[in-house]
Design a protein around this ligand. Structure first.
Ligand code: HEC
Length: 161
């Protein structure tokens, strides 16, 4: 027994550092101030995203481009009826000249969407502290009301265009 276990254990231990670390940056913080800093840092730009900005079908100003974190992207690809806790989307809001002018964010904070209350909603019209914050809470009716027809409150077409 020992002769089998020893090498197995050694192999497991040596592999551990190669396993992907818990991807902390993949779930945005759900505190307004921390989230703004996280957005400014821009790590979400490595997520799966739309290939180009397009006009929003919703009320989000002019051009938008959506980014989905890997758990949400996988869940949409699997056509899951409900997305896992930690699913998140970031939508960049661009002004007429294509310049970044704000963000809309949704983060699933519990396994149960609870009619929209299981999602944290955030929108800021501007990119700096002091810009107008439209929403920053779980269950904001303005946001989830319009997102209700989506797939577990997510509206963007998938596969991403
Ligand atoms: C009048 C309808 C409407 C309202 C209100 C609305 N949205 Fe959206 N939202 C959309 C549509 C439509 C999309 C799909 C992309 C597009 O066309 O803009 C979208 C996409 C998004 C996305 C990208 C992920 C997804 O679900 O597709 C986020 C994040 C988002 N909205 C956040 C918010 C937040 C936060 C609020 C509240 C401040 C909000 N939305 C209010 C219609 C709406």
């Amino acid at each position: 027994m020992r002769s089998i276990c020893r090498p197995l254990l050694a192999a497991l231990l040596s592999c551990a550092p190669l396993l992907p670390a818990a991807q902390g940056n993949d779930v945005p913080p759900t505190d307004g101030a921390a989230l703004l800093k996280w957005l400014q840092a821009g790590s979400y730009r490595q997520w799966p995203k739309e290939s180009a900005p397009h006009r929003s079908l919703g009320p989000h100003p002019t051009q938008v481009i959506a980014y989905l974190n890997p758990p949400l992207d996988r869940s949409l690809a699997a056509k899951a009826a409900a997305h896992p806790k930690g699913s998140a989307a970031v939508k960049e809001l661009l002004d007429g000249g294509g310049k970044l002018s704000g963000w809309a964010v949704s983060v699933k904070t519990s396994a149960d969407s609870d009619g929209g209350k299981g999602w944290y909603w955030y929108e800021i019209l501007g990119t700096q502290a002091g810009s107008r914050v439209v929403a920053q809470a779980n269950g904001v009716p303005l946001c989830f009301g319009c997102h209700t027809p989506g797939r577990d409150f997510v509206l963007i077409e998938h596969p991403l265009k």
